[in-house]
Design a binder for this molecule. Structure first.
Ligand SMILES: Cc1cc2nc3c(=O)[nH]c(=O)nc-3n(C[C@H](O)[C@H](O)[C@H](O)COP(=O)(O)OP(=O)(O)OC[C@H]3O[C@@H](n4cnc5c(N)ncnc54)[C@H](O)[C@@H]3O)c2cc1C
Length: 232
């Protein structure tokens, strides 16, 4: 489906991360974890980039995607957008989605790869699914934990959701984990990993290393869905 969207709300998540919301057309159906392609005018040229929907299908009124601002041309054009401005949307796309098909899932996110995971966690929580969900997020620093508060609130209403955060370059005051997602961390936080379906999303290097790590744990590719946040 293709349509023109008017920005209805911009949510600043951190200094370098913004969410863009717009009204969901009635006939736009998507699954938690899927992505859209956003086309905008960048210095007189039409440029398209893919973004996971950070909103959940249970949020009926709006669609939302969340962009890490990079200071590059497309990013700056998006960053300068105001309420009421327009862009073109196509989608939904992608197979890294969840609709309740598995009993136990593990979500591994790196950086802005949290966006489809937020969608899946919100979907499971709003639908009151009894899916056992463990989300493991790896970020650089506290500034990147943009959905942390919301995810923590979800764990309060959803007893089947567990969220674990690790930071590789945290401030001194951080008392949580500082290790990268590794075999050791997965064995510790997900002792039942062999019985879970995996979802992996993050920058290409992170996704590649997660694939290697899961392979060495004996998790077959058939049990892994992944989205590499590679640009085009
Ligand atoms: C399925 C999918 C879902 C995605 N979901 C999201 C999402 O939810 N949020 C999100 O933020 N992104 C997401 N992405 C990535 C997104 O599409 C963009 O590629 C990304 O945001 C970077 O776009 P950009 O225009 O800001 O940077 P680009 O200009 O495309 O730069 C990307 C990278 O290339 C390098 N680079 C490019 N040009 C230069 C330059 N002139 N100088 C130095 N380095 C340069 C840098 O390493 C930079 O970080 C997704 C990608 C895919 C495939």
């Amino acid at each position: 489906m293709k349509f023109q969207a008017h920005v209805s709300e911009i949510v600043r998540r951190s200094e370098h991360i913004k969410s863009f919301r717009f009204r969901k057309p009635e006939d736009f159906d998507y699954k938690a974890g899927q992505y859209i392609v956003v086309t905008l005018d960048v210095n007189g040229e039409s440029v398209s980039k893919p973004f996971s929907l950070s909103s959940s299908p249970t949020e009926k009124d709006h669609l939302e995607f969340t962009k890490k601002l990079t200071g590059h041309e497309y990013s700056d054009a998006l960053d300068s957008m105001k309420k009421g401005d327009t862009f073109n949307i196509s989608g939904p796309y992608g197979k890294m989605s969840y609709e309740g098909e598995y009993e136990k899932i593990a979500l591994l996110s790196g950086g802005i790869g949290i966006t489809p995971m937020r969608s899946i966690c919100k979907y499971c929580s709003d639908m009151a699914l009894d899916t056992d969900v463990v989300l493991i997020c790896s970020d650089r620093s506290e500034e990147d934990m943009v959905f942390w508060k919301e995810l923590s609130e979800m764990t309060r209403v959803n007893p089947h959701l567990k969220v674990f955060q690790t930071l590789t370059r945290a401030s001194e005051s951080w008392t949580g984990a500082r290790d990268r997602i590794s075999e050791t961390l997965v064995r510790r936080e997900l002792p039942d990993f062999a019985s879970r379906e995996f979802y992996v999303c993050g920058p290409p290097a992170m996704v590649d290393s997660m694939m290697e790590m899961l392979h060495s744990l004996g998790v077959t590719v058939l049990k892994i869905r992944k989205e590499s946040l590679i640009g085009y």
